[in-house]
Design a protein around this ligand. Structure first.
Ligand code: ASP
Length: 411
């Protein structure tokens, strides 16, 4: 009985009940939304201290900087390959199913102003945006990428100071990290309640009807996400990481379930680190570095979704896209997913950039806005699953590498 009442199982039940609650009792669901918001706020509260402490501990517990280089290179190779595969899969599936073909549906476009914020970002602005000129301002704003940039540099610098001094810093951040993990465990016990309230309110606000109206598009996105999550990523884990990805999923499923319910990779980060280390058997030094970075820049689900969404918008607005334009979509969707923040709806904002690159007006986002929150939950779960799988793959590769090195020394 105790096993059945685990947080994971209760979360699964809460997802189903939350959706039903929002559908049948929308008023009550909106009234209880605050419970979900409290849960989300508690998760968010942990993000910044955890990101800093986990990156610092991960980097300063490495043997030397060459180990950091290996982890960094492997992480970027994994992020880039899987994102490119996701966008390709999205484009291929779109060309097979062609949702929206033959229907031209451009009338009365009315987009809420807050959604359209065209990104006019030059390359120099983009590069400068990584560097926090005032780290405290970045911390106060919660600007994750600049915080990560600073923490990586700070941690690497600490590798070059006298060991006793480094030890002082290490002890502090290690203790901070451990305390945050204890807090994360406490917050995780509230997951079923939080998820129930969040999903109830989401369904109550958005309804389920728009999903039925855009079913061709919705199904294409869901099919592509499912293939990527259940076949493409596990194949990489199996072939390169040499472990069973499905039993790993079973161990860490709590995190993708929370990603699904919150539609936020960032809010899920504390849980991802906790489950990867305690249940998935990933070492602290790999999880602590690869997960925070992945939650911010590795978003396979978002990349795949954006490629399909832009093609769909082109289709229903009667625009025939050339191969060159599809290649442009491939490139911009990849970068847009890197630039998207790990918060609900971030992918939609970045989409203005892709529409722009192929000459479609950003107002056309209005055509798919009604189902965005629904698809956001699925793509965020895939984003999170991609990060957790990548972390385990890199951990397995490093463990194998060091085992063979030790064997080499023994002979
Ligand atoms: N909600 C997604 C995430 O947090 C980003 C997106 O909107 O696609 O990963």
């Amino acid at each position: 009985m105790k096993r059945f009442l685990s947080v994971e199982n209760l979360t699964l039940i809460a997802i189903v009940l939350g959706i039903a609650f929002g559908y049948f009792f929308p008023k009550a669901a909106i009234a209880t939304e605050v419970v979900g918001q409290i849960y989300l706020a508690l998760l968010k509260m942990l993000i910044i201290p955890l990101v800093i402490a986990s990156i610092f501990v991960a980097i300063t517990s490495l043997e030397d900087t060459s180990e950091l280089k290996s982890i960094g290179l492997l992480a970027f190779a994994y992020y880039f390959t899987t994102t490119a595969l996701a966008v390709t899969l999205g484009l291929v599936l779109f060309n097979i199913f062609e949702p929206g073909a033959g229907t031209t549906l451009v009338a009365n476009i009315n987009t809420p102003n807050h959604i359209i914020q065209p990104k006019e970002l030059g390359i120099s602005d983009f590069l400068l945006s990584f560097i926090p000129t005032n780290i405290f301002a970045a911390l106060a704003k919660g600007a994750i990428l600049p915080i990560i940039f600073f923490t990586i540099l700070f941690s690497v610098a600490a590798l070059f100071i006298l060991p006793p001094k480094r030890q002082t810093l290490f002890n502090f951040f290690d203790a901070l990290n451990d305390s945050m993990m204890v807090l994360a465990k406490w917050v995780i016990t509230l997951t079923p309640l939080g998820v129930f309230a969040l999903l109830g309110a989401t369904v109550a606000k958005n309804g389920l009807e728009p999903i039925l109206n855009l079913y061709g598009y919705v199904l294409t996105v869901l099919a592509a996400l499912a293939i990527h999550a259940a076949l493409v990523l596990p194949a990489i884990a199996y072939l390169i990481g040499r472990f069973n990805p499905y039993s790993y999923f079973w161990q860490i499923k709590e995190a993708p379930l929370i990603a699904f319910s919150t539609a936020s990779s960032s809010a899920t980060l504390p849980v991802s680190i906790e489950v990867a280390e305690t249940k998935g058997g990933v070492s602290k030094k790999v999880a602590g570095f690869v997960l925070p970075l992945g939650a911010t820049i590795n978003m396979d689900g978002t990349a795949l979704y954006e490629s399909i969404a832009v093609m769909f918008i082109a289709n229903i607005s009667g625009v025939e896209l050339t191969l060159a334009q599809q290649i442009t979509i491939f490139l911009t969707a990849t970068f847009a997913s890197i630039g998207a923040a790990g918060i609900p709806g971030a992918g939609l904002v970045m989409m203005t950039m892709i529409l722009d690159s192929v000459g479609l007006p950003s107002e056309y986002i209005a055509l798919i806005i009604t189902v965005d929150r629904f698809l956001d939950m699925f793509r965020t779960a895939v984003n999170n699953w991609g990060d957790l799988l990548g972390t385990k793959i890199i951990d397995s590769l490093l463990a194998r590498h060091f085992r063979s090195q030790h064997r080499g020394l023994a002979y």
